[in-house]
Write a protein that binds this ligand. Structure first.
Ligand code: ADP
Ligand code: MG
Length: 700
């Protein structure tokens, strides 16, 4: 490949700070910068000036259209393209773009899920520019990152509440920092680095599997002789075809200013991971949406299909997304990093406590923020991370908290009695903290890693809940400490109290084990919400609604609509899977087994004509079992069909989701079990679809 100049390539399709500075007048630039950094409203003249330069830049870079790029509740991104052309009186066109068009768009909102938020008479919604996430060019179109709302102002997307949650945590964090005497920090931001897992399979093989095409996962398939048991894929040598894909992908992402950094093979065959360098949460969210889209596009260019489903193959590791999260100030201080002075350490411990308490108080919100039909196959099953949310701190930090709680000396490098504001904490190295890979929520040195996200999830939902819950802990602390007359003392007592009260959420052991489920639920009283149907209704629990409303992140109507949309999505997803199963069984599997049975029967009868000594044991026993299986399969499919029709009659979405969990999914498992057994007994020549082995080892 030609040598590429990465610094030159990087951000070449982004209207970033460098472009703005170079193109905008000093006044306009300063005013826009204030909007970006401090959330100050943009005035219309400035918007016009920005729009003009943005358009010129876009035209120079080959764009013909513009779009307000947004993230409706479908989980994917949406765009409606308008060209820049404006007719002139002499039948020519000029390329125009106004500040108004930049700031606000009016897509027809009626085809996006709104969960009853938007009556048909106000089908219009509007998109509003998010100037904190840079505009970029994709497919000759200038894409302007926007938020999407109904005409009455209710959020119809994932970005609006995300931005609100960032403001909430900013507000509360500033209150805390002021208490520590910090008057210089102007704002704080949360940052995220999402590590993205995915599978690559050959396109030709993919195209032969209707289940992959319609549902993104295999609904059938017996285990191949070789799976992931050899552990030979993790960090293994990357195959040439995958390497070429990764190089191409990196370049596409770099052009869009996405900081693609690490790439490696994952545990399962055909599984890989990409991690970017972390950035501000809303920017990271936009970037992750783009990354997923571009992964699919680039894979296709290389004759492959990129699978982002959480569990494309039963019995093989699923794909997740690790949400590395931290809070930092505009002065460059990471508040989750232990400081150098005892005072900084006390502040660090308070933020640590805020996260611990947040995760404990809002386990259900974190769990439901990652709940989808696809992710249930990981979280509810015996796979990391478990559905039970707990926090891993590592031995060193746990020992420090224990010492504070018990007023006992901490045996670190030297034995000290931990008195906040007096003693220094040791620096935590990553090595001592990041040992446990089974924890859903782990402290990794200077950030928390939330590992429960599914590979196809938008990271917005998790970060909304995380920001909100931490903002709430901080609000409580600020309310209490602002009244304090002896700050140091009260701070110490508060930290001690929080550690004691939220001890139960801390767990450093093996999150897979059956013992943990028992201990977590029976002894500690933690929640174990195994499926979307179990988790999602908690969005409407009074305590959760109260908190999310108090921090102005959601309204009642928005919460109700979201709950409905997410459950509806769960029901529809599984429904499509069920229908696909029926289709594959009736049209392909049963006829295929039938064909093979016929061949066996034919062979047997021929052989017996030739000699009466042949027993045809193989043929006969195989026939007997296969024939039995076809009956089982048929019955199981009829039961599945009945469940699918029954589902149609259930109009209450909560009941429908329970029906899916309790009846539809078990019936699907039933069908699958018999088909998979039949696969092992049927000649490969007669089997209608590529096997697991052929899929998982399809990319050479
Ligand atoms: P891993 O061993 O899990 O791959 P890395 O240190 O490589 O760990 O980081 C994983 C992700 O965490 C990367 O996306 C990285 O940019 C991100 N990350 C690192 N530091 C921070 C931080 N302070 N805040 C948020 N994310 C961070
Ligand atoms: Mg990680």
């Amino acid at each position: 490949m030609d040598r590429i100049n990465v610094p030159e390539l990087f951000g070449s399709l982004v209207f970033n700070d460098k472009e703005m500075k170079a193109r905008l007048s000093d006044d306009v630039y300063a005013s826009l910068k204030k909007t970006i950094d401090e959330n100050v409203r943009l005035d219309e003249k400035v918007a016009d000036a920005v729009a003009e330069e943005m358009k010129n830049w876009a035209l120079e870079n080959g764009a013909t259209h513009f779009t307000h790029w947004f993230q409706p509740l479908t989980g994917v991104t949406a765009e409606k393209h308008d060209s820049f052309i404006t007719p002139t009186s002499d039948n020519e066109v000029i390329m125009e773009f106004s500040g108004k068009e930049l700031i606000k768009g009016e897509p027809d909102a009626s085809s996006f899920p709104s969960g009853g938020l938007r009556a048909t008479f106000e089908a219009r919604g509007y998109t509003a520019w998010d100037p904190t996430s840079y505009a970029f060019i994709k497919d000759h179109t200038l894409c302007i990152p926007t938020a999407f709302c109904s005409y009455s102002g209710e959020a119809l997307d994932k970005k609006t509440p995300l931005l609100r949650s960032m403001q909430a945590i900013n507000r509360q964090t500033l209150r805390i920092l002021r208490l520590f005497g910090n008057d210089t920090v102007k704002y704080v931001r949360t940052s995220v680095g999402p590590e993205q897992e995915y599978f690559l399979v050959d396109k030709e093989v993919f195209n032969k599997r209707p289940d992959l095409i319609y549902t993104g996962r295999t609904l059938f398939g017996a285990m191949p002789p070789k799976g992931q048991e050899m552990d030979d894929h993790y960090f293994g040598v990357i195959k040439p075809r995958v390497r070429e894909f990764m190089e191409d992908l990196n370049q596409e992402l770099w052009k869009l200013g996405i900081l693609a950094k690490t790439e490696h093979n994952e545990v399962a065959p055909a599984q890989h991971e990409l991690a970017p360098i972390y950035s501000t949460t809303n920017v990271a969210t936009d970037a992750n949406q783009l990354t997923m889209e571009i992964m699919k596009k680039v894979a296709s260019r290389h004759g492959m299909e990129c699978l982002l489903h959480e569990k494309p193959f039963a019995g093989v590791n699923g794909s997740g997304k690790h949400n590395n999260w931290s809070i930092s100030t505009d002065t460059g201080v990471n508040l989750l990093s232990p400081g150098k002075t005892p005072y900084e350490n006390a502040q660090f411990l308070l933020f640590l406590c805020a996260v611990i308490q947040a995760v404990d108080d809002y386990q259900d919100l974190l769990r439901l923020s990652v709940a989808t039909a696809g992710n249930d196959h990981r979280l509810g099953a015996n796979e990391a991370p478990p559905a039970i949310i707990s926090v891993f701190l590592g031995a060193e930090l746990s020992a420090i908290l224990e010492a504070i709680k018990e007023d006992k000396p901490y045996k670190g490098t030297e034995e000290v009695k931990m008195k906040l504001g007096v003693h220094s904490l040791p620096r935590f190295s990553r090595d001592t903290t990041d040992r446990n890979r089974t924890s859903p929520f782990a402290f990794t040195g200077n950030k928390f890693e939330f590992r429960s996200l599914g590979s196809s999830n938008s990271i917005a939902c998790s970060n909304i809940m995380l920001n909100a819950a931490v903002a709430e802990s901080l609000r409580q602390y600020a309310d209490e400490l602002e009244k304090s007359e002896n700050f140091e003392n009260d701070l110490h007592e508060l930290i001690k109290r929080v550690i004691t009260e939220h001890q139960r959420i801390l767990f450093d052991g093996n999150g897979y084990g059956e013992e943990w489920v028992k201990e977590a639920t029976e002894v500690r009283g933690l929640s174990n919400l195994r499926t979307t149907a179990d988790a999602m209704p908690h969005l409407l629990d009074e305590k959760n609604k109260k908190m999310l409303k108090q921090h102005k992140i959601f309204t009642d109507a928005e919460l109700e609509s979201r709950c409905e949309i997410m459950l509806d999505n769960y029901v529809k997803t599984v429904n499509i899977e069920g229908l696909t199963m029926v289709d594959m069984v009736r049209k392909n599997y049963l006829p295929a087994i039938e064909r093979y049975l016929f061949r066996l029967a034919e062979t047997t009868s021929y052989m017996r004509q030739v000699s009466d000594k042949v027993k045809c044991n193989y043929e006969v026993t195989t026939m007997e079992r296969l024939s039995e299986l076809t009956d089982y399969i048929m019955n199981a499919v009829i039961e599945l069909e009945e469940a699918l029709s029954e589902l149609k009659t259930i109009s209450d979405i909560f009941k429908a989701s329970e029906y899916v969990r309790d009846t539809l999914l078990p019936r699907m498992d039933h069908v699958r079990k018999h088909v998979d057994e039949a696969e092992m007994l049927t000649s490969q020549r007669d089997w209608p679809f590529p096997s697991y082995g052929q899929l998982l080892f399809s990319v050479k």
